[in-house]
Design a protein around this ligand. Structure first.
Ligand SMILES: *[C@@H]1O[C@H](CO)[C@@H](O)[C@H](O)[C@H]1NC(C)=O
Ligand SMILES: *[C@@H]1O[C@H](CO)[C@@H](O)[C@H](O)[C@H]1NC(C)=O
Length: 896
């Protein structure tokens, strides 16, 4: 009687724990698993066509070899996968989801069992045959992971399985167990991402497995898992891809097995491991995480880098810039450059057949951001060349590096320390170094090499003895935009000049007000109020802008209250306009409060008669994206141009934005050549006119592309140079100022599925630009006509493919558009008041959307290839600037 009760008790206790996977049994399961890849754009009525992908079928044999008598959830299992076959939808069927077995290399692949040590129901170690087929091995790791479950509910913040480290939620209810995996992190070091969210992707993964246990809960009766991976481009959700997978395991029969690890009774885990290892030959320890045998697709291409380039030679000529052909070739060749050796890079660039496309190849070499590419390129390109077209082109492409590694940063720093004699190349090199640091530190804030280079820039700034030298390093610190540079910048602000003060303030602005202490705000106020020294109007306006944007209410009130006494109507107009602009854009809550305090915000402080203005407007808008254009126009008293700042920004949320391009045209000392009464009774009490009158005539342009500020491009310096341009008409032809293909996006991520197949997600984006301009000045008529023509094409390519050596499946989504924007300025200066009319023209654009799919079985007859295209049109329109501008345009040209 007593012993019966004991047996029943034992049974009851055993049910949930101790009888799991008994030694002496082999459990046989039938596995069926399927992966589907498709375009993920969620357009209504958008047929996405045939899905690609493949599946696997086979028999899983699970044999428990040892169980810890002290802790029953610790055990060693042998896992094997037999009679494995690939399944695909027949190629000739257009949209079949029903898949059938197809011959593949999997059929004859040798396979040996894998061994897994489970502790507390988690796999902590595995042993695999050294020569196992890598695809096969990953499949077994996936299968083992499917047996990683437990019979009690729990949330585990970090559990490792085939996918990497994940958050796992287990819900157990009798013989049902539900397992949800989230936020998996694969440890592969070859993965990379872009630190700027606008230039990155959103990847959503989900994985849920429902287990039905046998009636005594001793084993899995069946498991059904569904997974999905969705990647969409933050700035362009049109470019998205979806991968879905279904896996099912069903218990067939179990048979008795004589396999077991025999150790002495009561032997512990260590003994069991020792016994296992001594029974295996040619095995090694491994982790449960699936690893790709090869990440880079380009390695599979036949032929050298030279051969690959020759396929794209026609698309890479300079006349194809700003059309979609150029960025398409760029993103396709990028991987080939990434795997190329130093020698391959040098040989390809030296090839006379590539002479015509060399500038475009330099763009790709720089964007590949490998040490081999820098060294290979610098073997054939001298940074000391007097003609800097090519060297600056290459240096600028380096600035776009999205995931610069420590060696890359160190190499660039080493080159920067060499002190080039060529001042143009040097300035571009230092500016690029700054940009590289921004991305390096954006990805890894602690990167030693990058922090050293940043400190070096700060020290070199301190050693400069001229303003020109300081501007070079300030530009780099602005491009780097590191909060740790703030103290250095503040120190220099105390002894700044009219040239360096705006550069210092722009660097602070780029770093962002998130890092501004009261100390920073106090310094800004001192600039605005000229407490310590006379300040340049641009600097005062910048200081005001930063305080309006993020200062506290009392500070903003002080500033607004003082606008009327700034001493120059153009500056007053500009600052008041900035204040109103920021409120309209909703960029400053505090400024909004000050606007409603009428004792400071009133007609006296906000209404001034100048022509200066600043505003930001919408250029284009979609559901997830705003593209804005902004114009800041600062004039000097009398209405001569001091600078115009035109920029285009892409915004994906109120806090996430990306500067696409900015064109800053500056001029000084033009008063001498303008007509009209320059010494008359007009407002001339300003500090600005006193400062500006001392200057030689100068004009130039500063361009920024994707947040990287380039060295200035000077049209002329000195009256003599201006006159020679005017008489020779040298500036009246279209002159290119910025040409190239720039890396916009760059992302690579691995997501192993529960069947061990690895999904590789990639995103590449490229902006191709051709920006130039012309100026015609007539001294006879005292007028000028200038055009800045910015043409560009943007291509974003997202792709997903299954990494395996047996079959290929890939979906690639390309979204692109090309367009241009003309910025036309007419200026009449024969009498006061001068008149200026600015017009902006854009022909609209056509968005193109291509989806390519590909499916093939290595070495076998099975090939699916599809291409779907669609396009949509955004019409061009004329873009409003200010009311005053329209009025002047009408006055100068009649009806506009
Ligand atoms: C308006 O601004 C003035 C000047 O700074 C300040 O003294 C006053 O308290 C403000 N009024 C309100 C209602 O905030
Ligand atoms: C675009 O701008 C509008 C208003 O100007 C704003 O409501 C919306 O949130 C913006 N969209 C994004 C994606 O930033």
């Amino acid at each position: 009687m007593g012993s019966r009760i004991f047996t029943v008790l034992c049974l009851l206790l055993n049910i949930s724990v101790s009888r799991q996977y008994e030694v002496g049994q082999t459990y046989v399961y039938f596995l069926k698993t399927d992966v589907f890849l498709n375009d993920g754009s969620d357009h209504v009525n958008q047929k996405t066509g045939r899905q690609v992908g493949y599946g696997l079928e086979g028999r899983v044999k699970l044999t428990p070899l040892w169980r810890d008598p002290q802790a029953v959830s610790n055990r060693i299992l042998e896992i094997d996968f037999e009679e494995a076959h690939l399944v695909v939808a027949p190629a000739e069927k257009k949209s079949s989801t029903e898949r059938k077995q197809h011959a593949s290399d999997l059929d004859g692949a040798t396979h040996r069992p894998m061994y897994a040590l489970f502790k507390d129901d988690e796999i902590v170690r595995v042993w695999v045959a050294s020569n196992d087929d890598p695809t096969y091995l990953n499949i077994k790791k996936g299968i083992a992971s499917m047996f990683q479950y437990q019979t009690s509910s729990q949330i585990k913040h970090s559990q490792v399985d085939v996918s990497g480290k994940c958050k796992v939620t287990l819900k157990a209810d009798g013989s049902h167990v539900k397992k949800i995996k989230e936020d998996c992190d694969h440890p592969d070091l070859e993965q990379y991402e872009h630190p700027n969210p606008v230039r990155s992707v959103n990847v959503k993964t989900s994985s849920q497995t429902n287990y039905q246990l046998t009636h005594d809960a001793s084993a899995v009766q069946s498991a059904k898992a569904s997974e999905s991976v969705r990647m969409s481009v933050n700035a362009w959700p049109e470019a998205s891809i979806e991968v879905t997978a279904q896996h099912s395991l069903k218990l067939g029969d179990s048979s008795s097995s004589r396999a077991a690890i025999s150790i002495r009774a009561g032997g512990d885990e260590l003994e069991a491991i020792r016994a296992l290892e001594s029974s295996l030959s040619n095995y090694k320890q491994d982790t449960i995480i699936a690893r790709p045998s090869e990440v880079n697709h380009a390695k599979k291409f036949k032929g050298s880098l030279k051969d690959r380039i020759s396929l794209f030679r026609d698309q890479l000529t300079t006349d194809k810039l700003a059309s979609l052909k150029s960025p398409m070739a760029f993103v396709t060749l990028l991987e080939s450059f990434r795997i190329a050796s130093e020698n391959d890079v040098a040989e390809s660039l030296k090839d006379p057949k590539n002479a015509r496309i060399l500038p475009q190849l330099l763009d790709i070499a720089g964007a590949s951001q490998t040490l081999a590419a820098i060294r290979g390129t610098l073997r054939i390109l001298s940074l000391e060349n007097e003609d800097t077209t090519l060297s600056e082109r290459f240096l600028l492409s380096l600035a776009m590096a999205s995931h610069p590694g420590p060696e890359f940063v160190a190499e660039l720093h080493k080159i920067a320390k060499k002190d080039l004699k060529n001042q143009k190349s040097y300035a571009t090199l230092i500016a690029s170094l700054g940009s590289v640091l921004r991305h390096a530190l954006g990805n890894h804030a602690q990167m030693k090499e990058a922090n050293e280079a940043r400190k070096w820039l700060e020290v070199r700034l301190g050693q400069c003895t001229s303003d020109d030298c300081k501007l070079v390093f300030l530009r780099a610190l602005k491009n780097a935009a590191q909060a740790s540079s703030i103290p250095v910048l503040l120190t220099h602000l105390k002894s700044s000049t009219k040239l360096t003060a705006p550069a210092l303030l722009r660097a602070l602005q780029e770093i962002g007000s998130l890092y501004f202490t009261p100390d920073v705000f106090n310094s800004l106020e001192r600039v605005y109020f000229q407490t310590r020294a006379k300040q340049e109007s641009t600097a005062r306006a910048l200081a005001a802008e930063m305080i309006f944007q993020s200062g506290d209410k009392a500070r903003i009130e002080r500033l607004v209250g003082a606008i009327r006494s700034l001493g120059c109507p153009e500056l007053q107009t500009f600052v008041a306009s900035k204040f109103v602009e920021l409120i309209e854009l909703g960029r400053s809550r505090e400024a909004g409060k000050v606007l409603s305090n009428h004792s400071v915000s009133n007609y006296d402080s906000l209404a001034h008669g100048g022509l200066s203005s600043t505003f930001t407007r919408l250029l284009a808008r979609s559901r997830d994206l705003n593209v804005t254009y902004g114009l800041n126009m600062e004039l000097i008293p009398g209405g001569l141009l001091k600078q115009t700042h035109f920029d285009i920004n892409v915004q994906t949320s109120p806090t996430e934005d990306m500067p696409l391009i900015s064109v800053n045209i500056f001029a000084a000392g033009l008063a001498g050549i303008a007509g009209g009464d320059t010494s008359g009774n007009e407002v001339r009490n300003s500090y600005i006119s006193q400062v500006d009158d001392e200057e030689d005539a100068t004009a130039g342009m500063v361009l920024s592309i994707l947040g990287t500020e380039l060295r200035p491009y000077v049209f002329f310096r000195g009256n003599g140079e201006l006159m020679s341009h005017v008489f020779a008409g040298t500036a009246s032809d279209h002159t290119p100022a910025l040409q190239g293909n720039f890396l916009l996006m760059d992302h690579m991520q691995l997501v192993p599925l529960l069947n061990g197949l690895i999904v590789q997600l990639q995103l590449k984006g490229c902006v191709s630009t051709d920006l130039g301009g012309s100026v015609q000045v007539s001294l006879w008529n005292r007028n000028s006509h200038s055009i800045v023509h910015s043409a560009g094409a943007v291509l974003v390519q997202g792709s997903a493919r299954l990494l395996s050596d047996v079959a290929a499946a890939r979906v690639e989504v390309n979204v692109g558009a090309e367009s241009f924007l003309d910025f036309i300025t007419d200026f009449e200066f024969y009498e006061k008041p001068y008149k200026m009319c600015i017009q902006m023209r854009n022909p609209g654009l056509t968005m193109r959307h291509h989806v390519r799919k590909y499916e093939a079985i290595d070495g076998k007859q099975h090939l699916v290839r599809t291409l779907r295209r669609r396009s949509s049109r955004i019409e061009g329109k004329s873009y409003p600037l200010t009311a005053k501008n329209s009025e002047l345009c009408t006055e100068m040209f009649g009806e506009s």
